[in-house]
Structure formats: structure tokens, C-alpha cells
Write a protein that binds this ligand. Structure first.
Ligand SMILES: NC(=O)c1ccc[n+]([C@@H]2O[C@H](COP(=O)([O-])OP(=O)(O)OC[C@H]3O[C@@H](n4cnc5c(N)ncnc54)[C@H](OP(=O)(O)O)[C@@H]3O)[C@@H](O)[C@H]2O)c1
Length: 245
């Protein structure tokens, strides 16, 4: 795959779903990957699968700024540079606002929004010093449309797009690039982050019927990373063909 061989890509939320599948695709295309998440056992298993020359695992909770700094430092120390970072860790605790699930609101904002900002804060100085770097964000169809049960999740995913668009304009000066992928239903563990039992069951049923495989997303990332330096893929919005909203 053009322009990917030997690139170093740091991935948060790499222990399952979209992050893990993207790591597989990138390594197949010749990249080196730094894998971050809390479930280190899962990351270690993925390193075994991908080969220790191609991948490293780092335990990181993205709600803790110093841990994200540690992840980025470890990736740069191990591979010498960071060409791209996939800010992917996230959860989707769907519930009506009237249920007042304050802890879930806090966690969703802390992971999906503040985790992204902390990751950026850690990696931008590295990329700026290199004079190049691609930040890849994961919004959602829910970052484009709102639904009754998705207020807080949508707020974070609209927010990710706002951060990305401001960043895109800020990093022009030194050649930085910014990509946002906004997937619809993709088969991962994401519905398991829903605590409202009725909604969790409905979403699990919907995902079982409609969700597309994670490699659909991974191919989007590979497409964006494979572009030459003078091409900046800014937005990819993708849905299962059968998905209405
Ligand atoms: N699947 C979809 O339908 C879909 C659609 C649109 C957007 N997305 C977005 O895609 C991204 C990836 O989700 P997924 O679908 O792949 O779901 P997933 O399989 O549940 O993966 C979520 C990942 O986020 C990590 N994570 C959660 N909290 C974390 C924390 N505090 N610190 C570090 N890592 C944390 C998890 O790792 P640990 O638990 O090991 O920490 C896991 O690797 C999310 O941002 C999600 O909003 C998914």
C-alpha cells in the first residue's frame, strides 16, 4: 500500500473493535503501530498476532492526561517518530436525558472529548517538530444527526468534529493533516457500553441485524493514511447500506 510502509501510527482504543481492526490493516500495509487502551492483556495478544517488530502495547486510560503523555512518549521512543494518531477510544452510553445518568455523562465526555484533547496535547508537539503528522478522529453518524437517546454521545461526536476542523486550520502552517471518520453501525463491543437495559437490548439486536464489519472502517483509515503528503482527506461519512438515520 502506497505511503504506509514504515509509517508509525499510535492508536487509542486499540484493544477491541475499530482500533484493533485498523491496527491489523495498517500492519498488513507495512506500518508500525503503538496500541493503547486499559485492557493490556488484549493489547499484548494483538502484539503477539501482529509481531513484536511491528507493534507495541501500552496501558493507557485516556481520561488521565499524564497517561496519554506516557503513551505518546513511549511510542516515539520505541519507533522514533509518530506519523499519525488515531484518536479512537470511546463509549456510547445511550439513555434519555431525563434519566439523569450523571456518571455516564461525565465518563462519556471524559473519554470521547477530553481523552481526544489530551491525546492531541501529547502528540502535537511531536508532529510539529517533525513538520508533518496526521491526526485521525472518530466521530460518528451521531456526530451529524441527533436522536432522542443520544444527546450526550452526539454532543461529544459533534464536538470531535469541531475540534478537528479548528485543528485542521491551525496545523496548516506546518503541514499537519486532519481526518475525521464518521461511521454508522459497525460490529464492535460498543453497544456493551449502554447501561439502560432496554436500550442496550434494542441496540444489540439492531447491531446484530444491521452492523457492517470493522474492516469497513479500517479500510477508510488506510485510504486516508495512504494519501501523499499534499493530500488531506478531511471527512469520511459511512453507513451500512441498510441504515436509515
Ligand atoms: N461501532 C460503531 O458502530 C461506531 C459508530 C460510530 C463511531 N464509533 C466510535 O468508534 C470508536 C471505537 O469504538 P468501537 O466501536 O471500536 O467500540 P469498542 O469495541 O467498545 O472499543 C472501544 C475502545 O475504547 C477503549 N476505551 C474505552 N474507554 C477507555 C479509556 N478510559 N481509556 C482508554 N481506552 C478506552 C476500549 O479499551 P479498554 O476498555 O481496553 O480501555 C476499546 O478499545 C469510539 O470512539 C466510538 O464512539 C463506533
Amino acid at each position: 500500500m502506497e505511503n504506509i510502509a514504515e509509517k508509525v501510527v499510535a492508536i487509542t482504543g486499540a484493544s477491541s473493535g475499530l482500533g484493533a481492526e485498523t491496527a491489523r490493516h495498517l500492519v498488513r500495509a507495512g506500518a508500525k503501530v503503538a496500541l493503547g487502551a486499559r485492557r493490556k492483556d488484549r493489547l499484548d495478544a494483538l502484539v503477539d498476532e501482529l509481531g513484536a517488530d511491528n507493534a507495541m502495547a501500552f496501558r493507557v486510560d485516556v481520561t488521565k492526561r499524564e497517561e496519554l503523555q506516557g503513551f505518546v512518549d513511549a511510542a516515539r521512543d520505541r519507533f522514533g517518530r509518530i506519523d499519525a494518531m488515531l484518536h479512537n477510544a470511546g463509549l456510547m452510553p445511550f439513555a434519555p436525558l431525563a434519566e439523569n445518568r450523571h456518571d455516564e455523562w461525565d465518563q462519556c465526555i471524559d473519554v470521547n472529548l477530553k481523552g481526544v484533547l489530551y491525546g492531541l496535547g501529547a502528540v502535537l508537539p511531536v508532529m510539529q517538530a517533525q513538520g508533518a503528522g496526521q491526526n485521525i478522529f472518530v466521530s460518528s453518524v451521531a456526530g451529524h444527526v441527533c436522536t432522542p437517546i443520544g444527546a450526550v454521545y452526539s454532543a461529544t461526536k459533534f464536538g470531535v468534529r469541531a475540534i478537528a476542523e479548528s485543528l485542521r486550520q491551525e496545523v496548516k502552517a506546518w503541514g499537519g493533516r486532519v481526518t475525521v471518520l464518521s461511521p454508522g453501525a459497525v460490529a464492535t463491543e460498543l453497544p456493551q457500553s449502554i447501561r439502560n437495559e432496554e436500550i442496550a437490548k434494542a441496540m444489540a439486536d439492531y447491531y446484530a441485524e444491521a452492523a457492517i464489519p470493522a474492516d469497513a472502517f479500517a479500510r477508510g483509515v488506510v485510504y486516508a493514511v495512504s494519501q501523499p503528503e499534499d493530500v488531506d482527506i478531511n471527512e469520511i461519512l459511512m453507513r451500512p447500506t441498510s441504515q436509515q438515520m
